[in-house]
Design a protein around this ligand. Structure first.
Ligand SMILES: [Zn+2]
Ligand SMILES: [Zn+2]
Length: 151
C-alpha cells in the first residue's frame, strides 16, 4: 500500500504526522517550501485527496470555509468559539463506541468521523450571563488541567 504513494503524498503525510494541530493546504505549501523542495498547490490538493481516499488523513472545515487536514490517528474534537474563532481541542472522543457499533451493524469500515462543538468561549461570553452552572463547569475544567500538568 505504501509503495503506491507518490513522493509528494509521502512528504505531506510525514508533515501531518509531525504536526500537533490540523493544518491547511496553504500551510502545507509554505511548510514544504521552507523545508526543502517546493511542491505546487495543485499537487498538494491532489495528494491530499488521494490520502483522504486511502483513509490515512482527515479533513475538517472551519466556519470560514477553510479546510484543515490532519492524520486520522489524531482523533481530536474541538470546541470552536463563534465570536473569536478560537478552537479548543478536547482530549476525549465521545463517539468511539458508537463508531464501533456502527461498523459491526452495517459491516462498514469507518476511516474517520467529524464532530464539532460551536458556541462562545469564556472570554467572549456575555459578562452578565445568568448561567452560573456553566461557569462553575469551566472553572472545574481549568482546575483539572492545571492539576494534570503538575504531575
Ligand atoms: Zn471567543
Ligand atoms: Zn472522535
Amino acid at each position: 500500500m505504501k509503495s503506491d504513494r507518490t513522493r509528494s503524498q509521502e512528504r505531506i503525510l510525514q508533515l501531518l504526522k509531525q504536526c500537533e494541530r490540523a493544518i491547511s493546504a496553504q500551510d502545507i505549501y509554505v511548510e514544504l517550501r521552507t523545508r526543502d523542495r517546493a511542491v505546487g498547490l495543485a499537487t498538494i490538493y491532489r495528494a491530499l485527496e488521494s490520502l483522504k481516499l486511502e483513509g490515512v488523513i482527515q479533513c475538517r472545515t472551519l466556519p470560514t470555509g477553510e479546510s484543515l487536514y490532519s492524520c486520522v490517528q489524531a482523533d481530536r474534537h474541538h470546541l470552536t468559539c463563534l465570536q473569536c474563532g478560537q478552537s479548543i481541542a478536547i482530549d476525549e472522543c465521545p463517539v468511539e463506541q458508537l463508531e464501533q457499533r456502527l461498523e459491526s451493524l452495517h459491516q462498514f469500515k469507518i476511516y474517520y468521523h467529524t464532530l464539532e462543538f460551536f458556541g462562545v468561549c469564556l472570554t467572549c461570553a456575555p459578562k452578565d450571563v445568568d448561567n452560573i452552572d456553566d461557569r462553575a463547569q469551566v472553572a472545574k475544567l481549568h482546575h483539572y488541567h492545571s492539576h494534570d500538568r503538575s504531575n
